[in-house]
Unconditional design. Structure first.
Length: 746
């Protein structure tokens, strides 16, 4: 009797511990919806293996698929595909959109797709990422009355965002990395909304209206042309504001710096003007401010101008007074801002304007636009850039030609990453299980930062485990702080860190801690292997090579500016550039800023090598030089193993620029000759030579490198990829992008 009672009690305890939703049995109607969704998405790999006996509420969650049920209904649907977003893909030249392999077919109908999807009436979380969706978002998306999280990033959605005021419970809207255009609908009625990410679209020109409960606003890389709203002073919950890479004008509201919750503020690459009051106060939690590439004058306020280990500030390429930065434009550069259109004030709006004034204003605008277009054409076709002062000059090649300056439209990549699981703190037992108890057969290398093991997670995913033995003087508290930073190093062009494990040794004479980092496995080898293997090398055409280097540059930019403080002196060499199945670049071996003890190898190798070039005082330019070395190999196809190799190839490319086009073509990798446009190649060669300047101050910024490489891709697309898309999809997308891009290269 006692035995039966024990068994009964044990069974009851087990049932209590099992979550109630685990017993959910999906209704037949919603099961049919999932099969329809799979068909409409053209059977993506993440939805393989389904059959009539699949119980969707019991599927184990993975990086690419998560389904959560409550009772008989789906409440969470997360699907992640492998189709590149527009910011991944080469930027199209006017009239071209060469990404057909990344979108769903022309038979796809987004209206039909949402007609089916909205039958899941209980959805609270809907995430459809990198699935190649294209078309205008239909108004019927508002039928999701219970929706709390909407993420449709990294697709090819275009047109305007529909009015979504009916989302009464929405907390997060992420539509980044698409082709959305037009005005953002009024979002002030969404009282529960906390996060908005509309970055990397073509939205504008009016600045969006938000409710003041938001915690994070990311609008970077759009076409907003207005002033920063004064209403931001009431956003007491706001922690992150990124409105960089737009065309915002007028003064910066000083209240932004003192918002009680603000931590991250990025206003870079706009046309913001005027002087900030010296008595501006800064919030205690403010950790990152970027004001660079604007039209600011005067001096920085003391709270952001003073040296502080808790606050990172970027403010180069303004017209700030001497002493603020060596990298400033002359005051005349910002004087022209007085002629620019300024955001209207309340007094201006209230005053009537005469017909004569309106006529003069229109006529003046037409003349100004005509002048601007002439200047734009001269810039694009002559590719010369005036320099007003010695501080703003970079080294020229032997042809005397400077590299092309950047445009705000072709700037950076987003920092959000799709497809990686949440960061996890592993136990030693879990690490042992992943590596099969550190089986020597699973060792795949000895990198500059420790041994590398191949391993497998419990879901079968292949990973790499890096073993880092730390020096004894590293305190555990400091180590935990560094791991907090490392956990945030997630970017599509960095090898992802999935988690870590810290092991402390009490009796080891030389090592106090060992850190195991669990990294994503990148399956397609290194960039070096693709340039040396005969078959891979022949298949690696020019457009692919430039796209790979754009990915490397985006990864570098994130390391420099995507986290505060920036990470420099990275181990940038071609062997540390890995390629995934889509030939997208991922940087491995980047500087983790941990004092690693690995015998004769050391993470300081990069810095020691650069001592010879006299560049250790300009750490932000170290990685630019090494990116130039990588570009040398990509262009010439020849291995660079010494400084002599760099010098020889650099001279050869410089001399080829001075000769006839065939001379430059002859200096490139023979396996890709005939597959590139001459001007595309020339653009890449010119920026490469500037990256390799001996003086760090003469090397371009990472933003300049990105602009030139992406411009090279545009030229290449215009030369080789017209006509790849046909029918309605080609016409719609080409029309949207052709007009938008041509209007934003100023």
């Amino acid at each position: 009797m006692d035995r039966h009672r024990f068994c009964f009690c044990f069974l009851i305890s087990i049932l209590v511990l099992i979550p109630l939703h685990s017993f959910a049995q999906l209704s037949p109607s919603e099961t049919r919806v999932l099969f329809q969704v799979r068909e409409l998405l053209e059977f993506p790999p993440s939805l393989e293996g389904w059959n009539n006996w699949t119980n969707f509420c019991y599927l184990s969650p993975s990086q690419s698929l998560q389904i959560v049920c409550s009772d008989t209904h789906i409440t969470q649907l997360i699907i992640v595909g492998n189709k590149s977003s527009p910011s991944h893909s080469p930027k199209p030249a006017r009239g071209n959109f060469a990404v057909s392999q990344q979108t769903l077919s022309e038979s796809f109908s987004i209206d039909t797709f949402f007609t089916v999807l909205t039958k899941l009436s209980s959805l609270k979380v809907l995430s459809l990422v990198s699935l190649g969706l294209w078309g205008s978002l239909p108004h019927k998306i508002t039928r999701f009355q219970s929706l709390e999280v909407l993420n449709m990033s990294s697709n090819f959605l275009y047109g305007e965002i529909p009015v979504i005021s009916s989302f009464g419970n929405i907390k997060s809207i992420v539509l980044a990395d698409n082709l959305l255009n037009g005005t953002v609908p009024d979002l002030t009625s969404l009282k529960t909304l906390e996060e908005v990410d509309l970055s990397y679209n073509l939205l504008g020109p009016k600045f969006p209206s938000f409710g003041n409960n938001l915690v994070s606003i990311v609008l970077r890389n759009n076409t907003f042309l207005s002033g920063i709203p004064l209403e931001f002073k009431t956003f007491n919950q706001l922690q992150r504001l990124d409105i960089s890479s737009n065309k915002l004008v007028g003064p910066i509201p000083s209240a932004l710096f003192s918002l009680p919750s603000i931590e991250y503020l990025n206003l870079a690459i706009n046309r913001l003007s005027g002087a900030l009051p010296r008595n501006v106060s800064c919030s205690h939690g403010l950790a990152f401010v970027d004001l660079s590439n604007n039209r600011l004058i005067g001096r920085l306020p003391s709270c952001i101008g003073s040296n502080s280990s808790n606050l990172v500030v970027f403010y180069s390429w303004n017209c700030l007074a001497s002493g603020s930065s060596n990298y400033q434009h002359p005051s005349s550069f910002c004087d022209g801002e007085a002629l620019a259109v300024k955001p209207p004030t309340e007094n201006q709006n209230s005053k009537p304007r005469s017909k004569l004034g309106i006529f003069i204003g229109i006529a003046g605008g037409i003349v100004a636009c005509g002048i601007a277009m002439l200047v734009l054409l001269l810039i694009i076709f002559k590719r010369t850039v005036a320099r007003d002062s010695a501080d703003n000059k970079f080294e020229k090649s032997r042809t005397g030609k400077t590299f092309f300056r950047r445009s705000p439209l072709l700037f950076t990549d987003t920092s959000h990453v799709s497809g990686l699981p949440p960061y996890h703190e592993f136990t030693l037992e879990e690490i042992e299980e992943v590596t099969k108890n550190f089986d020597p057969a699973n060792i795949i290398g000895q990198g500059s930062q420790g041994q590398l093991y191949k391993g497998w997670l419990s879901d079968g995913s292949l990973v790499v485990v890096r073993c880092l033995k730390l020096k004894q003087r590293h305190s555990l508290q400091s180590l935990m702080q560094k791991m907090e930073v490392i956990s945030k190093l997630r970017h599509r062009h960095l090898v992802g860190i999935l988690g870590h494990c810290i092991v402390t040794y009490q009796d080891h004479p030389n090592v106090s801690n060992t850190v195991f980092l669990v990294l994503e496995f990148v399956s397609n080898g290194t960039l070096r292997s693709h340039l040396t293997d005969g078959k891979k090398r022949d298949n690696l055409k020019w457009s692919q090579r430039v796209a790979i280097t754009v990915g490397v540059a985006r990864g570098i930019q994130f390391l420099h500016t995507g986290i505060a403080p920036g990470i420099f002196g990275n181990d940038l060499k071609i062997e540390n550039i890995l390629l995934d199945q889509n030939l997208s670049a991922k940087i491995s071996g980047y500087n983790l800023q941990l004092p690693v003890r690995v015998g004769s190898e050391s993470t300081s190798t990069v810095r020691e090598a650069l001592d010879c070039l006299g560049s250790v005082t300009h750490s932000e330019k170290e990685d630019i030089y090494h990116l130039g070395v990588i570009l040398l190999e990509v262009i010439t196809g020849r291995q660079v193993q010494s400084q002599d190799d760099v010098n020889m190839l650099k001279i050869e490319l410089e001399e080829s620029l001075m000769d006839i086009p065939s001379k430059l073509r002859g200096a490139t990798d023979p396996s890709m000759r005939g597959t590139f446009a001459y001007q595309s190649l020339r653009t890449a060669v010119e920026i490469t030579l500037n990256c390799l300047s001996k003086e760090p101050s003469q090397r371009p910024s990472i933003e300049d490198v990105l602009w030139n490489l992406q411009y090279s891709i545009q030229v290449q697309d215009g030369w080789s990829s017209s006509g790849r898309l046909s029918g309605n999809l080609s016409g719609k997308l080409s029309g949207i992008l052709g007009g938008r891009l041509s209007g934003n290269l100023n």
